[in-house]
Design a binder for this molecule. Structure first.
Ligand SMILES: O=c1[nH]cnc2c1ncn2[C@H]1C[C@H](O)[C@@H](CO)O1
Ligand SMILES: [Zn+2]
Length: 339
C-alpha cells in the first residue's frame, strides 16, 4: 500500500475524540484570543500534547487532556476546534466521521450543555459546508462524573438525536470505574432509543465488554481484552458487535504491550467485525492514513482488507440505511480498481 493512495481513498472514522484532536497551532490561536498564556509554544507545545512513549496506562494517557481543557470553555473555541477537525479529516478523504466529546468537561466557566452541544454542531456543520465531509456527534458521559451529570448528557443526546447527535458513549478511567456501575445510566439511553457505543476492554477486563453488550451497546471502543475470553469473543460475533480498534492509542495506553499481543489478525480471522480509528489525532499523533499504513507494515494488509474495514465501519455507523447505502456504494466504486 502507498501513502498517497491510502490518503486519497475514501475512509470512514467512527472513533475520534474532539478534545484529543486539537492541533497545536489552533490551541495557540485560542490562547491568544483568550489572552490565556500557554506553558509552551511551537514544537515544545506539540510535544507536550502527545502522550509520551513511556506512558504507563490509560490514566497517564488521559493526563494530556488537562492541557487543552482550559481553552475549551467558550462556545467559539468549541465551534473552531470542531470545524478544524473536519478540515483535518477532509485532507485525508474521510467521507463520514462520528466525532465524540464529553460536554460536561466544558461547563467550567458557565456554558450550558445546550450551548456546548450547539457550538460543536455548528462547527461540524461549517466544516461540512466547506469540505463536504458528513459527520455526526456522539456525546460521552465520563466514568468519574456523577450520575446526575451523566444523566444530563443522556438527556442532551436525546434532545439532539437526529439533529447532529447520533449516539452516546462512556469514556474515561475504565480501570477504576467498571461498566456495571453505569447500568442504570446506559439503560436510560437504550430505552430512549439512543444508539450506544462504549469504551470497554481497554484496561484488561473482558467483563466490561460483556456487560456493555448486555446493556445494549452495538459497538465497543477498543475491545482489546475480548481476546482474553473466548466466550466474550463469541458474544461479540453473535451480536455482530462492531469493535472500534485504535492501534496507535492501544500501544500508548498499554492496552497491549507487544505487537505479538495485538489482536487485529485474531479478531479478523475469528469473524469479529472491526473497524480502524485514530482515537485522538493530536494525543496519539496520528491520522487515519497512518493507522492503515501501520496495519500494512505490521500485517501486510492490502487495499481489499482496507475496503472491508471501511465497509464494516459503515455497517456499524449510527446513520440511516439510506446514508449507509450511499457510503457503501462510494467505497465499492473507489476501491474497485485496486488489487
Ligand atoms: O482511549 C480512551 N479511553 C477512555 N477515555 C478516553 C480515551 N481517549 C479519550 N478519552 C477521554 C478523554 C476525553 O476528555 C474524553 C471525551 O472526549 O474521553
Ligand atoms: Zn476513545
Amino acid at each position: 500500500m502507498k501513502r498517497d493512495i491510502v490518503q486519497h481513498l475514501p475512509k470512514i472514522e467512527l472513533h475520534c475524540h474532539l478534545d484529543g484532536s486539537v492541533r497545536p497551532h489552533i490551541l495557540e490561536q485560542l490562547a491568544q484570543i483568550q489572552n490565556r498564556p500557554l506553558s509552551a509554544t511551537g514544537p515544545e507545545l506539540a510535544a507536550k500534547l502527545i502522550a509520551p512513549e513511556e506512558c504507563q496506562s490509560l490514566l497517564e494517557y488521559l493526563e494530556r487532556f488537562d492541557i487543552v481543557l482550559p481553552y475549551l470553555q467558550e462556545a467559539s473555541a468549541l465551534e473552531l476546534i470542531a470545524y478544524d477537525l473536519i478540515a483535518q479529516v477532509a485532507a485525508e478523504n474521510v467521507t463520514y466521521i462520528e466525532v465524540r466529546f464529553a460536554p460536561m468537561l466544558f461547563v467550567k466557566e458557565g456554558l450550558t450543555i445546550t450551548e456546548i452541544v450547539a457550538a460543536v454542531l455548528a462547527g461540524l456543520k461549517r466544516g461540512e459546508v466547506a469540505f463536504g465531509v458528513k459527520s455526526n456527534a456522539l456525546l460521552c458521559a465520563m466514568r468519574h462524573h456523577s450520575h446526575q451529570r451523566n444523566q444530563e448528557v443522556i438527556e442532551s443526546a436525546k434532545e439532539y438525536l437526529g439533529r447532529g447527535v447520533a449516539g452516546f458513549d462512556l469514556a474515561g478511567d475504565e480501570a477504576n470505574y467498571p461498566t456495571a456501575d453505569f447500568s442504570e445510566l446506559i439503560s436510560l439511553g437504550v430505552t430512549q432509543q439512543i444508539p450506544v457505543t462504549l469504551h470497554a476492554g481497554e484496561c484488561g477486563c473482558p467483563q466490561n465488554v460483556a456487560e456493555s453488550i448486555r446493556l445494549g451497546a452495538t459497538r465497543i471502543g477498543h475491545g482489546i481484552a475480548i481476546q482474553k475470553d473466548p466466550a466474550v469473543l463469541q458474544t461479540c460475533i453473535e451480536n455482530q458487535t462492531l469493535v472500534e480498534m485504535c492501534p496507535t492509542s492501544n500501544f500508548q495506553t498499554k492496552a497491549v504491550l507487544e505487537l505479538a499481543d495485538y489482536p487485529f489478525k485474531h479478531f479478523l480471522e475469528a469473524g469479529l467485525k472491526i473497524c480502524i480509528n485514530t482515537d485522538n489525532r493530536t494525543v496519539s499523533n496520528t491520522t487515519l492514513t497512518d493507522e492503515y499504513l501501520k496495519l500494512h507494515q505490521w500485517y501486510g494488509i492490502d487495499y481489499r482488507c482496507m475496503e472491508t474495514l471501511n465497509h464494516n465501519a459503515v455497517d456499524g455507523a449510527f446513520i440511516s440505511d439510506q446514508v449507509k447505502e450511499a457510503l457503501h456504494a462510494q467505497l465499492t466504486a473507489e476501491y474497485a480498481h485496486l488489487s
